[in-house]
Design a protein around this ligand. Structure first.
Ligand SMILES: [Zn+2]
Length: 1023
């Protein structure tokens, strides 16, 4: 079963038009360590010498970074004191980042509000939102900004040289010469403001970061994570919330906000990164001449003091809100937090990460298991934060009872004594190290550029020691040392040093309180009413004026002249050719197979796909459940804990899932698969097939206690995802009004599946035999030979296909020939407008519709139109004016148009915005340049370089939905050549879709109930 999605304490400026897993990836890629697929450029033209000066920069250090196929250079800008690292290699996906050490001294979230604000106009680019202009019209492969606990990073990436230069310049000008000094509107819009448009209105607070953090603080897990860190550092900067506590954000004044910029956004406090195949001397010259030469070195007080260790452990209780309809039994969260050493000790920090996995992360991890077995919590996990000066480890038990806190602590202490005395199984340790190393070698960060991930890793030491940017990039060295240490008692000693009797630790318990958020809202409303009553007529008028002016500022278009300052690309800068599909159809014996041959850095990716289209909704939910249970339950040969070790030693992972894709011609039809996914080095193929064989055919579903543990854990994980990514469930549920595949997606990932799990948990008490027999029947029904397709992504096709064919024989013989099971049809597609309520304070407002159901055909023009709506109209109305964190418009699977807001304080206003899209399109008047800009922006999301795994998967999916390369190329051509008329021709389609009103909203109980007439049904989201 998957580990609950870990939460990182970063804030990113922008939630983009999201793909399904975007948020997960965003959280995940920070956790990965990376490795070896790049090489140095063929010929190194540079011959840089130590201590020589290059355009104002002195080369201080250079280092071979063989583990990542690169060379690293550390520079210092002599006049301004700026630090700069260049990572040289042949990667065309170039990265630039400028970062500052931003250490907060309060909870107002000033680093975060600045992170948002500096990208709202600068001296050279005096428009309201250069960032969004780049989103609309650049070929970036990454564009965002992030606030961490102690730093703020501004990274950009692109494969196109001209584009890259543009992005770098806009970012540099934004951070050093922002317009925030001239336009206080930015602060009110991005940060916070008293809101009132008429003097008789109720006084409210609004602002983008304010709402973003209200959303973040609606998530009990995140709240606990924050307090867990803050409590360990009462005397230094980590005691404060860099993102901003909604209670404290309104304490931030415009002057203090400017002061923070003035003090810390100086080259002497900056850390820059250039990465990839680029001309370094040209870049150094640009940085020097355009920016750094204007500054003199300053001594800046941004230093982070070490927190003095405690002499005794701390204890704290905090309250979290649950809604009236939720049960509060088992809603507490218990946590044990430890400070573990110092960031600059990189081997130790990585060892702690491995240790966290061994104790709490892997299947059957001993400490986790002890807590689960004692029924301390339904979901138990560890979280190690090695990214701050004083790394810390958290042990968290969710869905727990507060009264068990003493037991929680004593089980942890006792178990850790036992483990450290007895010693950790060496095989388990090696397997864990192997797991981290495989992921490093694979260096698959999904859509995140490698250079960005390296850049973030570098900050883990560089921020605390000017001379040590490269430590984390020397992966060979770190893993080499760790492997050597397995045989001694190094890991056991770490347990004793940091986790046993470490007084610098704290217990934090989050206790549920019914309607706490409503209580807080009421208190705030009261406070605001009192405040309003204390104001003079004049002061009230000032607030009204501020809001009216802000609205006017937001509604005033940038002047042509100002807009002309933004760099532009031409349509010629866009790649003409679509990415080739790499599908070769084969037969392995009687079994259909698909081969994707591509350079995979010597990793083999294998998928087995069993067709489950015959399955009805309920049996599909069972299939999904089976997929989650496999590898987490015992097999004939191995306990789940042993199995996990075997998997980690022999592969980069084996997992199971379900996949549902819509038919592109007919919204009633779809593709449905049960999938086996594995990745490995080629010499392990045989062993991996043995393991898959063992798991598929000998997994034991009879252990009711284990089933209950796993399913309860999964239920908690889904609850977390609902809160963090409510737009996904809302969009899927909205599409269920007309789409069969959406129903199946809901049955495997959404509300249907959640309710299904809740039922199963109950039945495991009353009638476990029924569940066990259903699970067994499901897997038997699945494993049918004629329903199987194998997909192999590899660089060595000839050898490996033979190997796979041979390995398949054993499995093949065990598969049934045909599936005789007949499922009763339980699919009912009916229109229902639904509201799902929780104690959260923000909404996800979704509306979707199918292009072909409205008599139109999918086309490149629709994609461009949807990009325009998302990046312009919805962005301006839902985010900039409405205060939501995000607004998105996407075309899902070519055929479904989906709109959703993200962490939105509004509901009816957002629906009105959707209704206004028609008028906006009708009136849309774009110059040729503007249209080109949007076309480029539409491509930027599509043309992000794919990892080898993604190339294989992309080709496989095209095969499954019968999409040919010609179609993809045609679609690309349509997008490239689209005209304004073609785009506007779809106004009616958008109107039809909004009129069809497939509304689904997940969000705050009160707001949804206030608008109950909009819905056919209102139900609590969580049970
Ligand atoms: Zn933010």
């Amino acid at each position: 079963m998957k580990i609950a999605n870990k939460i990182k304490k970063h804030y990113v400026r922008r939630i983009y038009n999201l793909g399904e897993n975007f948020i997960k990836r965003l959280l995940d890629y920070f956790l990965l360590i990376s490795y070896n697929i790049l090489k140095l450029k063929e010929e190194i033209i540079m011959n840089l010498k130590l201590n020589e000066k290059y355009n104002g920069f002195i080369l201080k250090k250079s280092e071979e970074l063989s583990s990542i196929g690169s060379k690293g250079y550390l520079f210092k800008h002599e006049k301004s004191g700026a630090r700069l690292v260049f990572i040289e290699n042949d990667d065309s996906n170039k990265v630039f980042s400028v970062a500052f050490k931003t250490t907060p001294k309060d909870n107002t979230g000033v680093p975060h509000i600045l992170e948002h604000s500096v990208l709202n106009g600068s001296k050279k680019y005096p428009i309201k939102d250069p960032f969004n202009e780049l989103v609309k019209g650049s070929l970036n492969t990454f564009l965002n900004a992030m606030t961490f606990s102690d730093k703020t990073m501004y990274p950009v990436a692109s494969c196109n040289n001209k584009d890259f230069a543009n992005l770098c310049d806009v970012y540099m000008d934004s951070v050093f010469n922002p317009r925030i000094y001239e336009t206080p509107e930015t602060f009110y819009q991005e940060g916070w403001r008293y809101e009132m448009f008429d003097k008789n209105d109720e006084l409210k607070i609004n602002g983008i970061v304010y709402n973003e953090m209200k959303g973040a603080f609606s998530d009990p897990e995140q709240v606990l994570m924050r307090y867990g860190q803050n409590i360990l550092f009462p005397d230094n900067t980590y005691g404060y919330e860099s993102g901003g506590d909604p209670v404290s954000i309104p304490d931030l004044s415009y002057e203090a906000f400017l002061g923070f910029h003035k003090r810390l956004y100086h080259p002497s406090n900056s850390y820059m990164l250039l990465y990839g195949n680029l001309d370094i001397e040209e870049k150094l010259k640009w940085l020097n001449d355009e920016y750094l030469v204007n500054y003199d070195k300053l001594d800046i007080d941004s230093n982070i003091e070490m927190q003095k260790p405690f002499t005794e452990q701390k204890y704290k209780e905090i309250e979290i809100s649950v809604s009236e309809n939720e049960s509060i039994a088992d809603k507490s969260i218990l946590s044990y937090n430890f400070v573990c050493g110092e960031a600059l000790n990189t081997v130790e920090t990585t060892a702690m990460e491995v240790l966290e996995y061994v104790l709490l992360g892997s299947q059957g991890a001993e400490l986790k298991q002890a807590l689960i077995e004692a029924e301390i919590g339904k979901s138990v996990y560890g979280y190690f934060d090695g990214e701050i000066l004083q790394p810390n480890l958290k042990i968290i038990a969710q869905n727990a009872d507060k009264s068990k806190i003493d037991e929680f602590k004593s089980i942890i202490d006792t178990k850790l004594v036992e483990i450290s005395e007895r010693g950790i199984d060496k095989k388990i340790l090696r397997a864990a190290i192997n797991r981290f190393e495989f992921r490093s070698r694979e260096a698959d960060f999904g859509r995140a550029p490698k250079g960005l991930v390296y850049g973030i890793q570098m900050m883990g030491t560089w921020l605390y020691d000017d001379n040590r940017p490269f430590d984390y990039l020397n992966i060979d060295k770190i893993f080499g040392e760790l492997k050597e240490k397995v045989d001694g008692n190094y890991f056991e000693a770490l347990i004793k040093k940091y986790l046993l009797g470490n007084p610098h630790s704290a217990i934090v318990v989050a206790v549920p309180k019914v309607n706490l958020s409503k209580e807080n809202d009421d208190k705030l409303a009261e406070k605001l009413a009192e405040y309003k009553a204390s104001l003079s007529e004049d002061e009230i008028q000032k607030i009204v004026d501020l809001n009216v002016n802000l609205r006017e500022y937001q509604n005033t278009d940038d002047t042509e002249e100002a807009l002309a300052s933004m760099p532009v690309l031409n349509r010629e800068d866009i790649k003409k050719d679509a990415e080739k599909l790499i599908n070769e159809e084969l037969k392995l014996g009687d079994i259909k197979a698909l081969l994707h041959e591509t350079n995979t850095n010597n990793i083999t990716y294998i998928k087995m796909l069993f067709d489950i289209k015959k399955f009805n909704l309920k049996s599909t939910a069972y299939a999904k459940l089976v997929s989650l249970l496999l590898t987490a339950i015992n097999t004939e040969k191995n306990t789940y804990s042993e199995l996990s070790t075997e998997i980690n030693i022999n592969s980069g992972g084996i997992n199971f899932s379900t996949l549902h894709l819509p038919d592109r011609k007919n919204s009633e039809d779809y593709v449905a698969k049960f999938t086996v996914n594995a990745k490995m080095f080629p010499d392990k193929i045989e062993r991996v097939f043995e393991l898959i064989d063992e798991i598929l055919f000998t997994s034991n579903f009879d252990d009711v206690k284990r089933l209950k543990e796993l399913i309860s854990e999964q239920k908690s994980a889904i609850e977390g995802e609902f809160i963090r990514a409510g737009h996904l469930l809302a969009m899927t549920r909205s599409a269920s009004n007309y789409s069969a595949v959406a129903k199946y997606m809901d049955a495997t990932n959404g509300i249907y599946f959640y309710n299904f799990l809740c039922e199963i948990i109950e039945k495991l008490d009353s009638n476990p035999e029924e569940i066990i027999s259903e699970l067994k029947k499901t897997i038997q029904t699945l494993l049918v030979k004629e329903n199987l397709l194998i997909s192999v992504t590899t660089a060595n096709a000839n050898e490996e296909v033979k190997k796979v064919e041979k390995c398949m024989e054993a499995i093949e013989n065990k598969l049934s020939v045909k599936c005789s099971e007949i499922f009763e049809n339980d699919l009912v597609i009916e229109k229902k407008k639904e509201g799902f309520t929780s104690s959260g304070k923000v909404q996800y407002v979704a509306m979707t519709g199918n292009i072909q159901n409205h008599g139109r055909k999918p086309s490149g023009a629709i994609k461009v139109l949807i990009a325009i709506l998302g990046k312009d109209f919805l962005y301006n109305n839902i985010r900039v004016q409405g205060g939501a964190y995000g607004a998105m418009a996407i075309v899902r699977n070519d055929n479904d148009i989906c709109f959703s807001s993200y962490r939105d304080p509004n509901l009816t206003n957002t629906i009105d915005v959707y209704k206004n899209m028609y008028d906006y399109i009708k009136k849309l008047d774009l110059s040729n340049e503007d249209l080109t800009k949007y076309i480029i922006g539409t491509f930027s999301g599509m043309d992000i370089p794919m990892t080898p795994r993604e190339k294989g998967e992309n080709s496989l999916i095209a095969h499954l939905v019968n999409k040919s390369f010609e179609e993809i190329q045609n679609n690309r051509n349509e997008m490239l050549n689209v005209t304004l008329d073609e785009i506007k021709d779809y106004a009616d389609l958008i109107k039809d879709i909004i009129d069809e009103n497939n509304l689904c909203v997940a969000g705050g109980e009160e707001i949804i109930n206030e608008s109950k007439d909009l819905f056919d049904e209102i139900k609590p989201l969580l049970k």
